[in-house]
Design a binder for this molecule. Sequence first.
Ligand code: GAL
Length: 647
Amino acid sequence: MKLGVCYYPEHWPESQWPEDAKRMRDMGISVVRIGEFAWSRLEPTRDSFKLDWLQRALDVLHAEGLEVVLGTPTATPPKWLVDEEPSILAIDENGNAKGFGSRRHYCFSSAVYRRECHRIVEKIVKKFGNHPAISTWQTDNEYGCHSTIASYSADALDAFRLWCKARYIRIENLNELWGNVFWSMEYTSFDQIPLPMLSVTELNPAHRLAFWRFSSDQVAAFNRLQVELIRLHSPGRDVMHNYMGNFTEFDHYTTGADLEIAAWDNYPLGFLDRDGINEDHLKKWYRTGHPDSSAFHHDLYRGIGRLWVIEQQPGPVNWAPHNPAPISGMVRLWALEAMAHGAELMSWFRWRQLPKAQEQMHTGLLLPDGTEDQAAEEVRELGTDLQVLASKGISTTDINENSTAQVAIVFDYAGDQMLRIQPQGINYGPLEWVQEVYTAIRRCGVDTDIVSPQATLDGYQLVVLANSIAIEPALQKNLKSFKGQIIIGPRCGSKTDEYSIPMTLPPGLLQDLLPIKVTRVESLPDFVELTTANGYTAVRWREKVSTELVAESSFDDGWGFYYCHGSVHYLNACLDSDSLLHFVEARLKDAEIETIMCSEGLRLRRAGGYVFAFNYGPQTEQLSPDYHYVLGCETLKPADVAVWREG
Ligand code: GAL
């Protein structure tokens, strides 16, 4: 695994660049990402390109032997462009333009903005495409950050109508599939279709789903425009985009199909506080991040491309409700954990804290005055660890080539979106549920891949569906021929592709696999816990099933709990964490997968013939003295890591 850093030469005097580059090298850094917000310095006014400074920055980094990831600057259209072409601005749900003054103020559907992006990206890739420092390109920055996928502009409206026409061909089909006879929502032409906004009450979920699919396709098309230019003028370089954590507002598989590398930006403490819906988690993990948050995303993005962490939290950030400091050791732990999950790069955001503008309170590896901040020490320590691992032949390549996960969780972006459109219960967190399932598997000491609904399932012993709401044909086919155990979670198969209840009742197409019908569902407030005769506790969501199969147990009111048909297991409720752990453990046993029960804060990862152990918890963990340790030892302190040879 290489070490990297995000650097903004345009923020600092040029005289400082050589010294910065040298210090990066000394710290063990070999990859530097630059350029992704620099449009106003690259083109201060229309066509007045100023690329020389970037040339010099690249030369300085190259002279120090640093490899560069160059970002295209399209996340920050400059003021002159916005003034000249205000139609490029995204329009919010209330019909207001999102103004200049921060970033990501553009509409993916704007033909004018795409033309402008083409112009600036072409200029940059033509100029620097063959610069020896550049190994990789980053397109834009964090598609969707600050809720910027959907735009309700005139361009989006035109493009959405065309998209609908291409998908449904005849307006009668759309009316029928969306159920537009309800509330007299029928259209007589595609030109009548509005964007889903400004309605009196709830919009048709099928309309919203179509708009989500359309918006997701717009991201992929916007990205592809840049990728094509890069491929043309910078042959032999990889292209990546930096995805986010806990973010599902576009289908990453579609955009990722055009890229070699699935990079992501990991802020474990920020995510926990900003996105967490569980107060208990915040109390436990506010200085470490949730023990599965980073790993979950590594596994998710590893299923989309070669895994990179291009931005990693080095200390307190500036954007969460609270911004605590990680306990010492976490910067190193997060990095080694990324490696164990197959990351080829661990890169911190950012090199030096900038004492100005929006992110002045965001830490870096250096303080604003240039002295080292605390993370720098751990980066150095990590350099030594990586040397030790390398001396034993442990490399990311090895880890990725010898992946041994026996479990696959299918992750479905459209399914996640369907659950958000009609949650049917305010406390039903679609992503949280998948993450709870992931946690249960990992607490059993078992590794899991996360795969797309299109992925082949060959080689796994257990496949888990947790958010497969509409079953894609490829998934249906692959499940039918799959020989291992299958867990189907609640709500899977409960909708058609066009957001209606299947006429055979849920789980719809999954009735291919087991003979059940869901005849009633209920969502439950947080204070309700329903216990089954065999001791499981259901929370938030429960389903009543009609079937000839015998339920394994039942609730007090007679609703059955959990149905098994050969190797297919239907879980008809969400469970609390202990119950889910027991349920998953039992299914792993059914699948003949060996389990090692881990405490709440301990996580294991088998990789390349070695086992990595990570301690997120507040207590020291005692591991076996019999292992052959290459890093750490049997006494695993909080925030510490141990690695031993398997077997
Ligand atoms: C990311 C973003 C960076 C920076 C960082 C701060 O979302 O890509 O540009 O803003 O957050 O944590």
